[in-house]
Design a protein around this ligand. Structure first.
Ligand code: NOJ
Length: 541
């Protein structure tokens, strides 16, 4: 069986806009990434995943792509992208880029042509245009809702000035959905994949991977079934997880495998809806290589839920021989420090959570700033917020800007060497002076130091990463209080995490390798693990 690099890789997500600014306009860009790549190498990650840097009017932070074969001037040039790929490779880092196949931008030449060409045209057939319902076609074609609020349909004006057809957009109106039952669409995406593979990328993170193909006839969602941003997990909907979507990935896999080393180029599914076997189906041996584990991300700080998700993940990943993956954060969710309660307690839990994550078998995703213990920025002024989730809900939903605030690199005041401009595109809190990379490099007990140590041990210890058993760990129950997750991995490794809310005593497992907070030996035969603390031991076995 082939064992690719991705099976136990730690991938570091770079949200380009907020990582580092190379041209002094206050917005992160590819030259900035180039400059700061050594940070990722020093951290000990194996790969970077770059969020979209393609030409885009930025109605959804670049997930509205107007030209998928070019770099937006905001982020640099194609040459800059090539330089980033090359430098990353020189530093020993693989490169994964985003691909956005569910929708384009409304400024994409295909959509502009579709508007001009009129009903029934080949240009419209690339998207999902339909006549409206009711008198004069004034009602949307069905009851689907946009993930960003409101109906998933927008009515256009035909070229002759008359009220026209409607087009589907599961996200913002600036993001028209493509028609994946159309052959031209399928061919176009194979060509886009080739374009970036030929430039040397090692893989793709597939945006909305479960949404491409819609149920035939675009049927209404039954009354009472939740849709939209809140209803993302667990409900069957006619626009998510349709069986035909898997044909797309089978074709993509053949293309990926046709590149020089057949186990080297990967696809990663971003699929918020499907769980268990339905999620694992995206990573069957002839489909994509990995899928983000969102059930893990959403399990909270709860021992029973985490254990259930871990067991389910290991079992279902084994059925398709895919590596399990683990993720705590990304550019779409509230940062873990804040999700886990905020303040010192939230930070303690986030630090413990990453030791749990990195001890599990398989591959892990880290989001920039997580290694600094950054909290969500919750008090961003409304006029600076850009996320369509915030804008389209009229401010009712906070949206995702708070986890996208630029990285503090160095210095005592904003923008903390993120940019030479006086301000970053989203303001960083003054209090981040203590959280800069520079400050945390100097401090042995910093979150950055914890991440670096964890990644170093993970690389060196034979039980960690995939280890000899990719789909297995052995839970310890004996002498372990309820609310503590403790497990062994062979050879010679134990991880224990205290989620009880109070200090507990656990067996002395061996030599302490690393802990997220202080761990004290007592009486020689028990060890005190404080609340919200995780520790790794070498058991010498
Ligand atoms: C998932 C991306 O991560 C998110 O940022 C984006 O808004 C949606 N897909 C739509 O592309």
């Amino acid at each position: 069986m082939a064992r690719g690099w991705w099976r136990d890789a730690v991938l570091y997500q770079i949200y380009v806009r907020s990582f580092a600014d190379g041209n002094g306009d206050g917005v992160g860009d590819l030259p900035g990434v180039l400059d700061r790549l050594p940070h990722v190498r020093d951290l000990g990650a194996d790969a970077i995943w770059l969020n979209p840097f393609y030409r885009s009017p930025m109605a959804d932070g670049g997930y509205d792509v107007a030209d998928p074969r070019d770099v937006d001037p905001l982020f640099g040039t194609l040459d800059d992208a090539d330089r980033v790929f090359e430098r990353a490779h020189d530093l020993g880092l693989k490169v994964v880029v985003d691909i956005v196949p569910n929708h384009t931008s409304h400024r994409h030449t295909w959509f502009v042509a579709a508007l001009a060409a009129g009903p029934g045209s080949a240009q419209r057939a690339r998207f999902l245009f339909r006549d409206g319902r009711g008198p004069g076609g004034a009602e949307p074609p069905n009851n689907w809702l946009s993930q960003f609020g409101g109906p998933a349909w927008t009515r256009i004006t035909e070229p002759d000035g008359s009220p026209g057809q409607w087009y589907l957009h599961l996200y913002a109106p600036e993001q028209p959905d493509l028609n994946w039952r159309n052959l031209e669409v399928r061919c176009e995406y194979l060509s886009i994949l080739r374009f970036w593979l030929d430039r040397g990328v090692d893989g793709f993170r597939v945006d909305v991977a479960h949404g491409l193909v819609k149920a035939l006839g675009l049927p209404d969602v039954p009354a009472g079934v939740p849709q939209g941003w809140e209803g993302r997990l667990g409900h069957p909907l006619p626009y998510w997880d349709q069986p035909e979507v898997h044909d797309v990935y089978r074709t993509w896999r053949r293309l990926l495998d046709s590149y020089a080393d057949p186990d080297a180029r990967i696809g990663v599914a971003e699929a918020w809806g499907p769980q268990g076997d339905r999620l694992a189906a995206y990573t069957r041996p002839d489909e994509l290589h990995q899928a983000f584990n969102f059930p893990y991300l959403t399990a909270g700080w709860d021992a029973a839920r985490l254990r259930a998700v871990i067991d389910d993940t290991l079992a279902t990943a084994a059925t398709v021989d895919a590596p399990p993956t683990w993720v705590l954060s990304n550019h779409d969710v509230v940062r873990p420090v804040t999700r886990f309660g905020g303040g010192r307690g939230g930070l303690d839990r986030a630090r413990a959570a990453v030791l749990l994550e990195l001890a599990l078998p398989g591959s892990a995703y880290l989001y920039q700033g997580e290694e600094l213990g950054l909290p969500e920025v919750e008090d961003l002024p409304a006029e600076l917020r850009e996320d369509p989730v915030f804008v389209r809900s009229g401010g009712a939903l906070p949206g995702r800007d708070g986890c996208r605030v630029p990285i503090p690199w160095a210095g005592q005041s904003p923008p903390f060497a993120f940019s030479t401009h006086s301000r970053a595109w989203l303001p960083q809190p003054e209090a981040w002076a203590g959280l800069t990379v520079e400050a945390q490099r100097r401090e042995a007990a910093s979150t950055l130091a914890l991440y670096r140590a964890a990644l170093r041990i993970r690389r060196e210890h034979p039980a960690l990463g995939s280890g000899p058993a990719t789909h297995r760990l052995d839970w310890h129950e004996q002498g372990v209080p309820a609310g503590v997750l403790a497990f062994a991995r062979e050879p010679g490794f134990v991880c224990a995490v205290n989620l009880t809310g109070g200090a507990v005593r656990v067996p002395p497992y061996g030599a302490l390798l690393l802990s997220s907070g202080p761990v004290d030996p007592v009486d020689g035969d028990r060890v005190v693990l404080p609340a919200d603390t995780a520790a790794w031991w070498s058991t010498g076995g």
